[in-house]
Design a protein around this ligand. Structure first.
Ligand code: ADP
Length: 397
């Protein structure tokens, strides 16, 4: 009975999910938040139970110890030896990783060298990895990269039109993100494409962070996020793609520094910035219902940006067989799904069952009618199970 832990370590948080493999049965999941504080929070869910407590968690190692102790105490596992492998989500794998990799000195060094590209994330992932290594020194540790799936892009899809010297010297290029999710979704979607020889998929991972990926024959050919997750479509608090001169102009107008404006582009823009209501699409939609003009504009802008990328990728793929909606908004907001479909339907020949779409939240469903030129489906994403699968395959090697 092999157990595999999927881990997502942030700078002050540590999310975990324990699987029994190869069955992919979820044994428990949980989260340590506010690590480094006296009033940190530890939550765990197992079987049909859950527990949440406030306590001091001074560092990630303390958080990992808490996880392991809880697993034994709640009788989720009998001994630590049952955990055979731990898979760590790593946001930035740069040009080095086109698939998951065993954690060794070289992997660790490369992730460390990529910290300038993802300062908060990669640093936190290494802290998480080292904390697990300390407490479970003998398990197989695997790094699963958010960028790996996008490494199959061609240079004309990932090179920015800046002096080539910068591309070479500083590795400044498009890496994308959410790769684990897009890969999972494209694999899950194959059951809808059994009669298609070379499947062309547009995968829309639309949550607070949002990205769209074009996938041909199981490989990513284009993705909307850029050097960092700031690029691409509009998001909860991020701008998505902007004319670069917006930075200069607004710094000159406001007297703010580039760094301050960069934070605004990341944390105060998108739904939140335009609507001045909220970064949460539910609040924005409620304000749309109430007739708030800025919320209406924010929602229209969001839909338009997504439709534009779908159009772009339709051309990039030479047509499309299947469009997937996923993540917080894609899985749950049938209103936004309907708006996107209505916007792209005439050009793409979509025939959507809008009645069926209505009220569907968090479930897998085919939205297109049989006569539609393109299939449209909702598939709930599962990045953790992808991490567990990849990690387990290294353990079994
Ligand atoms: P991230 O993982 O990037 O933080 P999520 O995938 O959790 O983001 O998506 C968050 C978004 O999903 C929010 O805008 C929220 O409004 C939307 N969302 C989540 N649940 C629901 C729901 N039940 N109904 C409508 N929208 C939802």
């Amino acid at each position: 009975m092999d157990k595999v832990m999927a881990v997502n370590a942030g700078s002050s948080s540590l999310k975990f999910k324990l699987y029994e493999m190869p069955e992919e049965k979820v044994l428990c999941s949980g989260n340590a938040e506010r690590i480094g504080h006296e009033d940190a929070i530890f939550g765990i869910k197992w079987a049909d139970q859950s527990e949440k407590k406030v306590l001091p968690i001074l560092d990630h190692a303390a958080a990992v110890q808490l996880v392991v102790d809880a697993l034994i105490e709640k009788k989720i596992i009998k001994s630590m030896d049952e955990i055979v492998a731990v898979g760590h989500r790593i946001v930035q794998g740069g040009k080095y990783f086109s698939h998951s990799e065993l954690f060794n000195k070289d992997t660790e060094d490369k992730i460390e060298s990529l910290i300038p590209l993802a300062p908060l994330h990669n640093k936190a992932h290494l802290v998480g990895f080292r904390a697990f290594k300390k407490i479970l020194p003998n398990v197989t540790s695997v790094a699963v990269f958010d960028t790996a799936f996008h490494q199959s892009m061609e240079p004309q899809d990932y090179v920015f039109p800046i002096p080539y010297e910068y591309t070479e010297k500083y590795d400044c290029r498009r890496y994308g993100a959410h790769g684990t999710s897009h890969q999972y979704l494209s694999q899950e979607a194959l059951k809808y494409l059994k009669d298609v020889k070379h499947p062309r998929i547009i995968s829309c991972h639309i949550g607070s962070g949002a990205s769209i990926t074009a996938i041909k024959d199981g490989k990513c050919v284009a993705t909307s996020m850029g050097l960092t997750p700031l690029g691409g479509i509009m998001m909860g608090t991020r701008t998505g793609d902007l004319d670069p001169s917006v930075m200069n102009y607004l710094c000159a107008c406001t007297g703010k520094s580039v760094e301050e404006m960069y934070q605004i582009f990341n944390k105060k823009s998108g739904f939140l910035g335009v609507s001045e209501v909220s970064n949460d699409s539910r609040d924005v939609l409620a304000a749309v219902e109430a007739g708030d003009p800025k919320a209406i504009l924010a929602n229209k802008l969001f839909i338009r940006r997504i439709a534009d990328f779908i159009g772009q990728y339709y051309v990039r793929l030479g047509g499309v067989d299947l469009i997937i909606f996923s993540a917080g908004i894609g899985e749950n907001s049938y209103e936004i799904r309907e708006s996107i479909c209505r916007e792209i339907a005439p050009a793409l020949g979509l025939e959507i069952d809008y009645e069926l779409n209505k009220g569907k939240r968090g479930v897998e469903v085919v939205l297109s009618k049989p006569e539609s030129k393109v299939k449209v489906v909702v598939i709930p994403t599962d990045e953790e199970v992808m991490i567990a699968r990849d990690t387990y395959s290294f353990y079994k090697k």
